[in-house]
Design a protein around this ligand. Sequence first.
Ligand code: FAD
Length: 289
Amino acid sequence: MFDKVEAFYRPANVREALRLLQSGKGQARVVAGGTDVVVDGDDSVRFLIDITHAGLSYIRRRGTASVIGATTTMAELEASPQIQSLAGGLLCKAAHSCGSMPIRNLATLGGNMANGSPAADMATPLLVLDAAVVMADAKGRRRLPLAEYLGNARSNRYARSLVVEIVIPDPPRGKGCRWSFQKLGRTAVDISLVNVSAGLHLDSRGRVKWVRIALGSVAPAPMRAPGAEQRMTGRILDQALLAEIGAEVAREVSPISDARASAEYRREICSVLTRRALEECSAPAGCSL
Ligand SMILES: Cc1cc2nc3c(=O)[nH]c(=O)nc-3n(C[C@H](O)[C@H](O)[C@H](O)COP(=O)(O)OP(=O)(O)OC[C@H]3O[C@@H](n4cnc5c(N)ncnc54)[C@H](O)[C@@H]3O)c2cc1C
């Protein structure tokens, strides 16, 4: 594992980290918590750049958004009162599901996004929250919708960039707004076979005003289910609509079979977890399901 590493750097800021990344000429690799990168053990890596002292561990308010620095750990997210009160604690629930406590003490939010796994548990709640990623490279900073970033995270496109922070615009709030994170793994500390996040805003008559559904581990990247969201909008959420939406998400996903589960099983679980998520979202809002 990393037998060929010649130098380990710990830059004190983003500018220095970017300079080291550029001078590494493709042989440098960023390391945050190390929980993915160390398992990977890529033999072509000569330089490791530890960004955990680069000033990217924070949770802040900025205008009408919550902003989370890339090296904020899962444990820090779980413990943050600001994150606990955001969208009914949706991100806390997802962070709590990321492996065991020792893993969550190391694993960072930026690493979870940059690793580009379709099963990354923080991706679906962030998609539901319409989050954006702030990237930095030699040319400066830019902001990308999370879905666009995740679609390219495994390509070489961002090889000389850093994820700096995640920006979450204030979501809808009020009596009819509810949130849910559902995950199925082999055990409680395992990676997802499927995960589903949902956000729902029902009006006073139980009609769907706003909805987001996102699914993980069922496509090359975590994805929204736009067809299902469209079908729900403006309709009363009842058992018939739940069944329709369960079937629609199963059509929208494109899972693969691997050592963990077959594609058919994953497709079925998408329906089950989506229904479960929407039921959780609708129950306290007074919907008669
Ligand atoms: C036992 C175990 C259990 C796990 N369980 C789960 C689970 O349940 N759910 C889940 O989602 N994940 C799980 N993981 C995967 C992992 O813990 C997470 O993906 C974690 O969030 C990765 O963050 P990190 O800081 O450790 O990333 P690292 O390993 O440090 O980096 C991961 C990748 O991202 C790059 N990178 C890191 N930070 C940045 C940045 N700011 N900008 C640009 N590139 C960056 C690195 O170069 C590397 O390619 C598990 C891992 C292990 C070992």
